[in-house]
Design a protein around this ligand. Structure first.
Ligand code: 0RA
Length: 643
């Protein structure tokens, strides 16, 4: 087939069909890949990688190489069977490979049994990637030969599949190299970090599969390689790496039926939060769904039954709640099923009811077995859950107390809050300021109409190291909760926040950075939706000021100062190094942080807050060793945590 010459007329005709075939993708890319922003762009990579992972799941591929080439294009190599190269039965004169790349949904749907469980959520098929690329080259090693097929301008085939030589040493596999179409995407700059993070998760979910990444772009060169012989057990270890685990073992179990299967790995840490990550066919289900439901229900039952059987819970005792049991639990639930139903706002919720009973049954049987076989660990889990249940009762009392207290002092606002006069949250800002002196200058520099100041005293409690009862009894935290006015934890309601912007104002030194980290951890853990929706900001006071004529100019950091000197080589004036916020005077503070037209604010996203949270969980206590910066060097990536 590959060498068969084609008549020019039939070539023209097929060309038209192909264009018709992929045209809808170019007209409405969002329907196929969600968006034409960065998420959509990376969707192209996931699509190709998913196909390669499918080959691995089917037992054929063992290694996947993903590269961003010097010219910004992306290449994915796998050592699977190779896309079939023979003539496609329904499309005389065309290779199966051409059909896979030019017909929507032609992916693995032909050629016998196809895929039992296909990853493709994304599942829109590589043809979509082809449609949205200016260039795509397909190289296939199969039947001892290397084949090549090229496309351009949104999936137009550039001639028939050709044999270009022998495949190296009997190798099979597929290589897809594509250049996204810059007229379709807002930008076509791949972000290495985004890709690496996802590849690592794929490697965790596919035990033994080797996934390599290389960024070849000038100045951005990097390499990563992932291969986990323990699969999701290694994933749990990785997640608990920065925490103190309750015991060394990571438990796991799996169960399969004809059309669906589940795999679970779990371990508890000594912390107070649960961290359950679930996946369906390798796709993250961040909104949970039936698999998580089945797991939660069963784990609660199993542990209560176990605790009673061992007499750790007495007859008169209430059952432990699911929250008590899941405190400190890190778990991965990975399911595979034939036709996953993704529901919910972000399509991140698994709707298949049948998987709930499988996960529930598997957990009921196999977790119970694991507990029988590991009595020491079982005892530790129950003891922790019992402590959690006591803390829960204490927290209920503390909450009731806080409510009663705030009912007593009128509006329920903390005494040290300097509130603004406007009651329209959309225009209001709350500055959380370290220390009373800084609070004083901020009070002078603010616009009293819409800017409120809440001074806090020193380091707030590290909520990562404290249970709900202790958190709620802490006066600084009580002040934060009542000033923001939208409740806390499960009761938090982001629609009730009294200020649109919550702005953290702390010094640019080590202590200031610690305070920011603690505050971000509190918001991330206890007012998560407020972070999610971008209401949290960090004020970034500049490092230098200098006079240009009579006008004071502020320069953010050393780089800004150098740039300024390059642009103004004759500048003679001294540079003032600005001291801490507490020592800034009225106009300095106004010009750099309070005046919305002049200041620099960093909007905190979820990743930044999660990072702060991670730091809090690795800090041994709340006291920072003097002059040590928040840089995590124990992980393989060095991260600067002074957000
Ligand atoms: C259709 C059928 C078969 C494999 C593939 C497609 C396939 C697609 C991709 C995309 C990237 N890598 C891939 N590897 C394989 C089955 C082939 C057979 O039965 O031999």
């Amino acid at each position: 087939m590959a060498d068969k010459p084609r008549g020019s007329s039939s070539y023209g005709a097929s060309d038209i069909t192909v264009l018709e075939g992929l045209e809808p993708v170019r007209v409405r890319p969002g329907m196929y890949i969600g968006s034409t922003g960065p998420a959509g762009l990376h969707h192209l990579v996931w699509e190709v990688v998913d196909n390669a992972v499918d080959e691995a799941m089917a037992g054929y591929a063992t290694r996947i190489d993903v590269s961003i080439l010097k010219d910004g294009s992306c290449r994915v190599i796998d050592d699977g069977r190779g896309i079939p190269v023979d003539e496609h039965p329904q499309y005389p004169g065309k290779s199966a490979a051409e059909i896979v790349l030019t017909v929507l949904h032609a992916g693995g749907k032909f050629g016998g049994e196809g895929y039992k469980v296909s990853g493709g959520l994304h599942g829109v098929g590589v043809s979509v990637v082809n449609a949205l690329s200016v260039k795509l080259r397909l190289e296939i090693d199969r039947n001892g030969k290397r084949h090549e097929l090229n496309f351009a301008d949104g999936g137009k085939v550039q001639g028939p599949l050709k044999v270009t030589g022998d495949a190296p040493r009997g190798r099979n596999g597929t290589t897809v190299t594509f250049t996204p179409d810059g007229t379709i995407f807002e930008e076509i700059d791949f972000r290495a970090q985004t890709i690496v993070e996802r590849l690592q998760i794929m490697a965790f979910l596919n035990k033994g599969l080797e996934i390599r990444f290389e960024d070849e772009r000038a100045g951005r060169e990097m390499k990563e390689s992932f291969k986990y012989s323990g699969g999701i057990v290694d994933y749990v270890r990785h997640l608990n790496n920065s925490k103190e685990s309750l015991f060394r073992k990571v438990g796991s179990y799996e169960q399969a039926e004809e059309a669906q299967e589940v795999e679970v790995a779990f371990q508890w840490n000594t912390g107070y939060y649960e961290s359950i990550h679930s996946f369906a066919n390798g796709i993250s289900t961040i909104e949970g769904g039936m698999h998580e439901e089945g797991f939660r229900k069963a784990i609660t039952n199993v542990l209560n039954r176990y605790a009673r059987k061992r007499n750790l819970l007495k007859e008169k005792d209430d059952n432990l709640t699911g929250d008590d049991i899941r405190e400190g639990l890190t778990a991965i639930i990975s399911v595979h099923l034939a036709e996953p139903q993704f529901e919910g706002q972000t399509k991140g919720k698994l709707g298949n009811v049948s998987i709930r009973s499988l996960v529930e049954r598997a957990t009921n049987e196999k977790l119970a077995e694991w507990l029988e076989e590991n009595p020491k660990e079982g005892g530790q889990i129950v003891a922790k859950a019992i402590q959690a249940s006591r803390a829960r009762l204490a927290a209920q009392q503390a909450k009731a107390l806080t409510r009663r207290k705030s009912a007593l002092d009128g509006a329920g606002l903390p005494g040290k809050l300097v509130d603004c006069s406007s009651k329209e949250p959309r225009e209001c800002e709350l500055f959380i300021v370290e220390g009373n002196s800084a609070g004083g200058s901020a009070k002078d520099a603010r616009n009293p109409r819409n800017q409120a100041i809440l001074p806090i005293r020193g380091k707030i409690l590290n909520v990562e190291k404290a249970r709900a009862d202790k958190i709620l009894k802490n006066t600084e935290i009580q002040a934060l909760i009542s000033a923001i006015g939208a409740g806390v934890e499960a009761d938090f309601d982001v629609t009730k926040i009294r200020y649109d912007k919550i702005i953290l104002l702390a010094d640019a030194d080590v202590d200031g950075s610690h305070i920011r980290t603690l505050l971000l951890t509190f918001f991330y853990r206890q007012m998560t939706e407020m972070v999610n929706q971008g209401h949290v900001y960090v004020a970034q006071p500049p490092l230098y000021s200098t006079l240009v004529g009579k006008e004071k100019t502020y320069l953010r950091d050393d780089a800004a100062k150098e740039a300024f000197l390059r642009e103004n080589p004759n500048h003679k004036n001294d540079f003032q190094r600005l001291k801490g916020l507490g020592e800034m005077d009225f106009d300095e503070l106004r010009d750099t942080t309070m005046d919305p037209t002049k200041r620099a604010l960093l909007q905190i996203n979820v990743e930044q807050a999660a990072l702060a949270d991670e730091v809090c969980s690795i800090l041994m206590g709340d006291d920072v060793p003097q002059r040590r910066h928040f840089i995590q060097t124990n992980a393989k990536d060095v991260r600067f945590l002074d957000i």
